[in-house]
Ligand binder design. Structure first.
Ligand SMILES: Cc1ncc(COP(=O)(O)O)c(C=O)c1O
Length: 440
């Protein structure tokens, strides 16, 4: 039967994610092509990508090694069952990821997204304790304003109110640390000075519930989706010390910080703090094919490798865990990162980015600027009674002027591809200055 093509220009069927659907469909912002640092819009304009897509195209767009890896894979093996069967590229990719991961993170469990990586890590944490005879450790601790995707596990430990409050009772037994955003850190370049003590709140949670009931703490080393909140100096070190002291697993959600965003392969290496598990996705395949992963220590992995060898050790997995196409994309991505030195490039260009970003300090509406690696955020004074409207106007105006930024609340967040040049940073920040001068 022929496809129904009676409604070729109808936008109504696609219910768009995290989008103001009605606004979009009245004035659609279509992207039809991409290459390097640029998107092409539906009306044929070049749009400078200030957000690496959605924090995922770390090597920029349409990179030849990645495209070629996928093309070759289509000719070799389209799909292989993920359970009780294997294919070589998933093993190769796991080894390559472990090679660039912090020392001691040797095992890799594949999934298809950041949300799945988070739910996978939380489940592994619970099952790990149970396997070791500590089944009372069932509580999970997240952080206010944290974003860990949209699964029930992720929104339970997450702390972005709109992502939680419409969806019922969520997981039981979850508590939250306070966010690390403090007014006295406004306009700090890089990691803020104040707030390491906020990690001590974990001691209060432990005292309240008992360490023997807590399985894991999950935090983003740098919180992204909430509008970029940085860890104060010493904060992550403290979290590590307290979790270790109480036998609680520490999970770093590195879905945005993984793969070079801060100038090291993972934020754990950048901060010199090694958690027990790392979740990642996005930059793992440069955003080209969906893929996520959980990295664990052998201590966690090996705890499961007991019992009769014919028995499945972890009752968890996805049809597309380590799929051939995603694995090929991942290998092409890691090759690209390695050949172009992209996993450390943010460390080189970071100081230029920092200065450019903070040059906007005196611009209209700006109340705070935050940065680390190739991440930047500009917080705007909200319009009284109309939160989010000012930043959304900035986003629309920016797109009109040929740059792509992201906004959340009244915060503009940027995370350009790691290939960005100094001239392109100037263009991005220069255009943003115009935008801020023009919006209400
Ligand atoms: C820290 C973090 N965790 C999890 C996710 C969810 O990833 P996905 O949208 O691939 O499910 C995101 C997405 O932005 C993220 O930033």
């Amino acid at each position: 039967m022929a496809l129904d093509t009676k409604r070729p220009n109808d936008l109504s069927a696609f219910w768009m994610p995290f989008t103001a659907n009605r606004q979009f469909k009245q004035a659609p912002r279509m992207l039809v092509a991409a290459e390097g640092m640029h998107y092409t819009s539906g009306d044929g304009r070049q749009i400078l990508d200030g957000t690496a897509g959605l924090w995922c195209c770390n090597a920029g767009h349409k990179r030849p090694k990645i495209m070629e890896a996928i093309r070759q894979q289509t000719e070799e093996l389209d799909y292989a069952p993920a359970f009780q069967m294997g294919h070589p590229k998933a093993f190769e990719l796991a080894t390559r990821v472990a090679d660039i991961a912090p020392d001691g993170m040797d095992n890799v469990f594949f999934c298809n997204s950041g949300s799945e990586a988070v739910d996978t890590a939380l489940k592994i944490a619970l099952a790990y304790h149970r396997t070791r005879g500590e089944g009372s450790r069932t509580r999970l601790i997240g952080r206010e304003r944290g974003y860990h995707g949209v699964g029930f596990g992720g929104i339970s430990v997450g702390g972005i109110v709109n992502n939680r409050r419409h969806f019922g009772t969520l997981l039981a037994g979850v508590d939250h640390l306070p966010a690390t955003h403090l007014p006295q850190n406004a306009h700090t370049k890089g990691q803020p000075e104040h707030g390491a003590d906020l990690a001590d709140e974990l001691e209060k949670i432990v005292a309240l519930h008992g360490a023997e009931t807590i399985a894991a703490v999950i935090v983003e080393p740098v919180a992204g989706s909430t509008g970029v909140i940085l860890p104060p100096k010493g904060y992550l070190e403290k979290l590590r010390a307290i979790t270790k002291k109480h036998g609680i697993l520490l999970i770093f959600d590195e879905v945005i910080t993984g793969f070079g965003r801060l100038g090291a392969p993972f934020a754990a290496q950048f901060f010199g703090v090694t958690p027990d598990m790392i979740t990642c996705a996005k930059g793992l395949t440069n955003g080209v094919i969906p893929m996520g992963a959980v990295l664990t220590t052998p201590e966690i992995h090996d705890a499961f490798m007991a019992g009769p060898p014919h028995m499945i050790e972890l009752f968890h997995g996805y049809t597309y865990s380590g799929s051939p196409m995603a694995s090929a994309a991942g290998l092409g991505t890691l090759d690209t990162y390695a050949e172009e030195g992209l996993l450390t490039r943010a460390a080189e260009i970071g100081p230029y980015w920092e200065e450019a970003l903070h040059s906007l300090a005196g611009a209209r509406h700006v109340i705070d600027i935050r940065n680390l690696g190739l991440i930047g955020a500009i917080e705007l004074e909200p319009i009284a009674g109309e939160p989010t409207k000012r930043a959304f106007s900035a986003f629309l105006k920016a797109f009109e002027k040929g740059i792509m930024i992201r906004t959340t609340g009244d915060i503009i967040a940027m995370s350009p591809p790691l290939i960005i040049t100094k001239d392109q940073i100037d263009q991005l920040i220069g255009t943003l200055a115009e935008v801020l001068a023009e919006i209400d």
